[in-house]
Design a protein around this ligand. Sequence first.
Ligand SMILES: NC(=O)C1=CN([C@@H]2O[C@H](COP(=O)(O)OP(=O)(O)OC[C@H]3O[C@@H](n4cnc5c(N)ncnc54)[C@H](OP(=O)(O)O)[C@@H]3O)[C@@H](O)[C@H]2O)C=CC1
Ligand SMILES: N[C@@H](CC=O)C(=O)O
Ligand code: NA
Length: 428
Amino acid sequence: MKAISIGLLGLGTVGSGVVQIIKKHQDKLMHQVGCPVVIKKVLVKDLNKERAVEIEEEQLTTNPDDILLDKEIDVVIEVIGGIDATKDYLITALRNGKHVVTANKDLMALHGTELLTVASEYGCDLFYEASVAGGIPILRSLVDGLASDRITQLMGIVNGTTNYILTKMSNEGRSYDEVLKEAQELGFAEADPTADVEGLDAARKMTILATLGFSMHIDLEDVKVIGISNVTEEDIRYGKQLGYTMKLIGHAHREGEKVEVSVAPTFLPNNHPLASVQNEYNAVYVYGEAVGETMFYGPGAGSLPTATAVVSDLVNVIKNLRLGVNGKSSVTPQYPKRLKDDSEKYSKYFLRIHVEDEVGVFAEITSIFAKNGVSFEKILQLPVKKNEVSEIVLVTHRTSISNYEQSLQELKDLSAVREIKSAYKVVR
Ligand SMILES: NC(=O)C1=CN([C@@H]2O[C@H](COP(=O)(O)OP(=O)(O)OC[C@H]3O[C@@H](n4cnc5c(N)ncnc54)[C@H](OP(=O)(O)O)[C@@H]3O)[C@@H](O)[C@H]2O)C=CC1
Ligand SMILES: N[C@@H](CC=O)C(=O)O
Ligand code: NA
């Protein structure tokens, strides 16, 4: 078989890793696919930038057409990021018969179905393993490994940057801003880290996971998202006192025919398997009705781990080329979308409330919860001398979002309540 020619869009953190792996593992690739793999052209923004890997000057270009319209290029690997222009690049590549591998969750979460349709129309593969949980082969596990099962729950730490921040804040008592800067320097964070810290990156990944796991087309706007930018060191400290670890958790749950998908900072009991996932590592817990509990763990971000997933997708494209089955693996969702409403979504909650330090306030608060059918599992009450307020920290038993939000609204309207300082989900 002739050499496979690659056009690489992007030579940043992930692109450099792809170049390194293709060079370093050339013998293994040759053994697996039976032909050499050659990077022909690389699209960048700045031709004069210093590169983390050795690359010939004439391999670099700033003109996407040098790749998208080059008849000799078989596979386009997209690691530039971005949405609209990148979508056009990929559609052009597919229409020109090029297979595509991408790490772009922003694009796949929004336009994945459309791009997969174009790919199959043109008999091309479109693989995106690196887009969720970096180096963990989670998409392939859902699509192939667990193909025979009915998955009912996906719960994961799917953003490396926020896990890095929460780990360092919790274990080393370091500040949010300092650790975010460090995650950016290490190449985990997105070009604009707002998507990481506000939970959008995790929501995009949960959209992709839930769509594949439940075989139901889930849209990004179906995911209820809360980020970590308001999490304080105090919250983490209180959580520790109660035996909890704070993580940004993506949760997709199917009960009967209906599903819910959310991303939120969540307290996990210290002995929960996801509580021990540290730094930029990711983990996805998957529950299937037949298989039971499974968990996938590994690096969720970073140059070489992410590039491993990209190059493994490339190997699959080339294997399909040899078998002549490209463009045949994408399966349209089996079920119509059915979402739970708030009265059908259940969780426990942690609340930290500042109230006037007066007789009878506590009774008023408990009566609001009781009226809405919400009971408590744990309560702490502490004086905060400086402002003559009292601090109440409580954990509820499981309750519906509707009952919880109604209680929260009534609490806010109570004159003795100065401020609801924080509110988080708690996992059993
Ligand atoms: N970093 C990570 O750990 C992970 C990243 N991803 C995804 O992989 C993709 C790439 O991320 P990452 O490598 O971190 O990003 P970087 O910012 O490190 O690299 C982006 C690369 O693309 C080039 N580029 C960007 N825009 C253009 C453009 N308009 N035209 C030409 N070249 C362009 C840049 O060129 P130049 O170098 O000249 O500036 C750079 O080489 C993103 O979709 C990201 O979400 C997925 C999983 C993990
Ligand atoms: N910014 C992302 C990179 C990988 O998807 C993260 O921190 O997880
Ligand atoms: Na992955």
